[in-house]
Design a protein around this ligand. Structure first.
Ligand code: ZN
Length: 66
């Protein structure tokens, strides 16, 4: 099985590495939007089954009028 689709490498899509076996994980199992600046991702490694969470904090961009 190969993971070569372009969508997997698209910027802005969160990816991470397994903290146990360093396998690249391309899609979070689950994401929780805490507020405008904080998103929590739950990751599950296909290779070893390890699960962990990451908390993403976005910089506080000033809101610009569209
Ligand atoms: Zn792993």
């Amino acid at each position: 099985m190969q993971l070569q689709s372009q969508s997997a490498l698209r910027p802005g899509r969160p990816t991470t590495e397994c903290a146990q076996c360093f396998q690249r994980i391309y899609a979070a199992e689950w994401s929780e939007y805490l507020d405008d600046r904080h998103v929590r991702h739950l990751w599950a490694c296909d290779a070893c089954g390890y699960q962990f969470e990451t908390l993403v904090t976005f910089p506080a961009y000033p809101r610009t009028a569209a």
